[in-house]
Design a protein around this ligand. Structure first.
Ligand SMILES: CC(C)(COP(=O)(O)OP(=O)(O)OC[C@H]1O[C@@H](n2cnc3c(N)ncnc32)[C@H](O)[C@@H]1OP(=O)(O)O)[C@@H](O)C(=O)NCCC(=O)NCCS
Length: 246
């Protein structure tokens, strides 16, 4: 199901993670900016994490004038499963749904793969580095155990050990989503991720999806290279800003 988020809300998960009263505004426009700020003052928010369309420069500049600073640029991609030919030279790697008992392995792998990552948490010097690393690990773990976060987690194994994972969600009845993915640093560059994307396309197709959507950060060239090989194309971009109120 497609859930509609309010234009600004308190983020329990960020509060729990960083012990800071945090709000999120997923789609700021010039028309909503003032009400987002008013909400934050009213709720004594310390940190606001806000996104706006990257092509909406009026809003970008209004946010900059109000003390927001850029923490990442998110690129959104889409792939049409029914018409896109399969990628070539995908290595044969054992890929299966995550089994009960493997959740901690996925969590530990995510911790290694996302250490010092390029996302908006890590780009904010006021946030604790270790907690930023843990955010992705905890997201990966929760994806393995909670159906509201993920419909499937596929894992890649070689010689019995975990090399990578991909979190999948049916975003809408005809649209699957690649939510979170990573390959262990020691296994990167050998096609593990390409094999995971192939398996993810097959899983989404089996669920009745006609297309797949996903997103990443602008400097993440590796992941975009793989998506391009698998027929994904860029649809739009968002800027993420942080604003501190103290
Ligand atoms: C992104 C990631 C999943 C890719 O996994 P992988 O198994 O290494 O991917 P593959 O081996 O299938 O392909 C990666 C390709 O990108 C290339 N590549 C890697 N880093 C690159 C860089 N900085 N610039 C350009 N190309 C790069 C690799 O050489 C390879 O291309 P090649 O096949 O032509 O040699 C992995 O690097 C990772 O886990 N990174 C940290 C977490 C992350 O970014 N997750 C994705 C969030 S959206």
């Amino acid at each position: 199901m497609d859930s509609v988020l309010p234009h600004v809300y308190l983020s329990d998960i960020d509060k729990e993670r960083f012990a800071i009263e945090t709000a999120r505004a997923p789609e700021v426009t010039i028309e909503t900016l003032q009400s987002v700020l008013d909400f934050c003052y009213e709720h004594t928010v310390q940190l606001l994490i806000a996104r706006c369309n990257a092509s909406d420069l009026k809003t970008v500049q209004a946010m900059e004038s109000n003390g927001f600073f850029l923490t990442d640029t998110l690129l959104y991609y889409q792939c049409d499963i029914l018409t896109t030919p399969a990628a070539r030279n995908v290595p044969h790697i054992n890929i299966s749904p995550v089994h009960p008992g493997e959740e901690d392995m996925v969590k530990n792998m995510a911790y290694e793969a996302f250490r010092g990552y390029i996302g908006h948490y890590h780009a904010d010097p006021k946030l604790d580095r270790q907690k930023c690393d843990e955010a992705y690990a905890s997201w990966a773990y929760r994806s393995c155990i909670r159906k509201d976060i993920a419909d499937q987690v596929l894992v890649a194994k070689q010689d019995g050990s975990l090399k990578g994972f991909i979190v999948l969600k049916m975003h809408k009845p005809e649209e699957g989503q690649l939510v979170l993915n990573a390959v262990h640093p020691e296994a990167q560059g050998s096609g593990v991720y390409s094999a995971l994307v192939s398996a993810a396309k097959e899983w989404c197709f089996q669920q009745g999806a006609k297309r797949i959507t996903t997103s990443t950060h602008l400097p993440n060239i590796a992941v975009q290279k793989v998506w391009a090989r698998h027929g994904f194309w860029l649809t739009h971009a968002d800027c993420t800003f942080h604003k501190w109120f103290d």
